[in-house]
Design a protein around this ligand. Structure first.
Ligand SMILES: Cc1ncc(COP(=O)(O)O)c(C=O)c1O
Length: 325
């Protein structure tokens, strides 16, 4: 049987292979539940995460604006995924790339970035922080080191927390692909926030298409600062977000319809169910997104079609306890 391809032409490089990911229905997970969950397989990007999209957009916007000169070093603070995307884009386009990352993130990420030609600078966690549990405080240390390296090397900072390229990548691409793939018929979107770039871009495009599409921020239980909750568990295991930062510059409050909380255990249980029941090998935050969508279907969005992103690959967590049982 002839199979359908993501693309049927030869591409000039791996950069052009970013995006256009499939959208699949999680019909096995929602069996017996009223409603549908449609999941965007972002882990099929060349760097195995949705962050390839923002790497390309940030670098290409900087090139267009003249903020990045040929051969100039690129530096960014990363939990690994943005760094991997930047390593790919910089390898193809010929920019030296320095990734600054907390030692608390899984080591698969550092190895992958090095393999892709990046220089990886690892920053120690705060005393008392645990590997695999990167807090806002740990990230502050990474931020200080990142600023130092940017200034020492006269580098371009691919600042994913500030630059609109992060939001634009999802506004221009991820969300439009979803609108095409669903024929524009979805009722809700929920997204685990790190920088908030995926949420900001997708929510803006969805609201523009149909203001009744409800958009929810997902946060870890015990670190739901955006929802205004006290932080009791800053060192949670859902890597890539939930950093307890009270403000995320890319977020537009008028696009947020509500906040959902997911426990570490729920995120892990759901990531394991995704693998065993749906054949989807993704990470902690993908588990969190799907767990939040299940909450919505069993609560305020009963009977709806909910879209989520499957942010990155389960391969990035082989050294963690995600796949322990
Ligand atoms: C695995 C993973 N999930 C979720 C996120 C959060 O995405 P965003 O920064 O778009 O909010 C990130 C961001 O780094 C991530 O790496």
């Amino acid at each position: 049987m002839e199979t359908m391809n993501r693309t049927d032409k030869v591409l000039p490089s791996a950069v052009e292979a970013i995006g256009n990911t499939p959208l699949v229905e999680l019909a096995r997970l929602t069996k017996g539940i009223d409603g549908r969950i449609l999941a965007k397989m972002e882990y099929l990007n060349p760097g195995l995460s949705k962050k390839d999209r923002i790497a390309r957009q940030i670098i290409e916007e900087a090139e267009e604006q003249g903020a990045l000169k040929p051969g100039q070093p690129v530096v960014e603070l990363t939990s690994g995924n943005t760094g991997t995307g930047l390593a790919i884009v910089c390898a193809v386009k010929g920019y030296p790339f320095v990734a600054v990352m907390s030692r608390g993130n899984s080591m698969e990420r550092a190895r992958m970035m090095s393999a892709l030609g990046a220089e990886v600078v690892l920053v120690d966690q705060l005393p008392g922080s645990k590997p695999g549990q990167v807090s806002g405080g740990d990230l502050e240390l990474v931020e200080i080191e990142t600023r130092k390296i940017v200034s020492q090397r006269s580098a371009f900072r691919a600042d994913q927390f500030q630059l609109q390229g992060n939001r634009n990548a999802h506004y221009l691409n991820t969300a439009r692909e979803i609108l095409r793939q669903t024929g524009g018929s979805l009722h809700a979107f929920c997204d685990f926030a790190g920088t908030g770039g995926s949420f900001a871009g997708c929510a803006a495009a969805f609201k523009e298409h149909d203001p009744s599409i409800r958009c929810f921020i997902v946060e870890p239980e015990g670190a739901a600062v955006l929802a205004g909750e006290p932080v009791t568990n800053p060192n949670h295991r859902i890597q890539g977000g939930g950093y307890s930062m009270a403000t995320l510059p890319l977020l537009r409050p008028e696009h947020i319809d509500g906040y959902l909380q997911v426990s570490e255990a729920e995120a892990i249980r759901t990531a394991r169910r995704l693998a065993k029941q749906e054949g989807i090998f993704s990470g902690f935050s993908s588990g969190a997104n799907v767990a939040a969508a299940l909450q919505l279907l069993q609560g305020q969005c009963r009977g709806s079609t909910i879209v989520v992103l499957l942010c990155d690959s389960g391969l990035k967590y082989l050294s963690t306890d995600l796949w322990a049982s």
